[in-house]
Design a protein around this ligand. Structure first.
Ligand code: ZN
Length: 275
């Protein structure tokens, strides 16, 4: 299992720091936070970024993210498509294989059938754009009640129906827990369609109250990570895992400490199952 670090975990630090932090802590992969990428490119070139990754021996794994891709119309939808094209061109240049895409809130009155039809339509259109650059799109369900795709089961149904080689899903343990996905939902998923696995833990709160800021280092909260990992192991998933925390308190930590605690906490929960 390759270990990755997600730029949301260190939101206050820039992309250069993320690369250094990931290297120092022992990670192999970095998920690039898109806003940091944009900031970097304002002042420096893509070529220099590529060099930074190479020198650190860190592989860029994804760009996070294009948010709320579904239920957009007219100019708003054109913006999603052009952002997909822009990020896919950058990803190709960086040899970064994936981009994370996120479903929208449920419009009033929309049924599950509407959500499936809309998601499949949009993912197929974006799939074509990304395929021109040999980039994969990873659809990430969010376990919040107002989001149109909030469980692993529905996300997998959509990805399966979309049926494109470059469309897969993100399994994020926080969203898995917050949205009430069941462990049995993991069993039905094709392991090769889990493009990204985000790991994190959560405070003991009512699921409906959970927010991104309640994420904790793996092993410090109430999510049954061992059970999730065992199920993933059982379906043969062993590709990568990336730590993604959105906890403002952690953003204040010195970069090296944040990197080290991230690496240690992920390694600890994997132990006995994956390494
Ligand atoms: Zn995530």
């Amino acid at each position: 299992m390759r270990l990755g670090f997600n730029g949301a975990t260190s939101m206050n630090y820039d992309l250069e720091t993320d690369i250094r932090l990931a290297q120092k802590a022992g990670f192999e992969l970095l998920e690039i936070w898109a806003a940091k990428l944009n900031k970097y490119l304002e002042a420096s070139s893509l070529e220099s970024l590529k060099q930074l990754f190479e020198e650190a021996n860190i592989k860029p794994y994804s760009i996070n993210s294009i948010e709320f891709i579904t239920f957009k119309e007219g100019e708003d939808y054109e913006k999603i498509k052009s952002e997909c094209k822009r990020l896919a061109a950058i990803a190709k240049e960086l040899a970064c294989p994936k981009i994370v895409v996120v479903p929208s809130p449920t419009p009033e009155g929309a049924t599950e059938e509407d959500v499936i039809a809309e998601s499949v339509k949009v993912l197929r259109e974006l799939s074509e754009i990304a395929a021109e650059y040999d980039v994969d799109l990873a659809f990430e369900f969010l376990g919040f009640p107002h989001i149109s795709v909030s469980t692993l089961g529905l996300c997998w149904k959509i990805v399966r129906e979309t049926d494109r080689p470059n469309i897969g899903l993100v399994l994020d343990t926080f969203h898995f827990h917050a949205g009430g996905s069941s462990l049995d939902e993991i069993d039905g998923v094709d392991k090769d369609k889990i493009f990204i696995f985000h790991i994190n833990d959560a405070e003991a709160r009512e699921r409906s109250e959970l927010e991104d800021a309640h994420r904790l280092f793996p092993g410090e909260g109430v999510i049954p990570l061992k059970d999730i990992l065992e199920r993933l192991h059982r379906i043969g998933y062993d590709d990568m895992v990336s730590i993604e925390l959105f906890r403002p308190e952690y953003w204040e930590l010195p970069a090296d400490e944040l990197g080290a605690r991230s690496f240690e906490s992920v390694s600890r929960v994997l132990r006995g199952i994956y390494r």
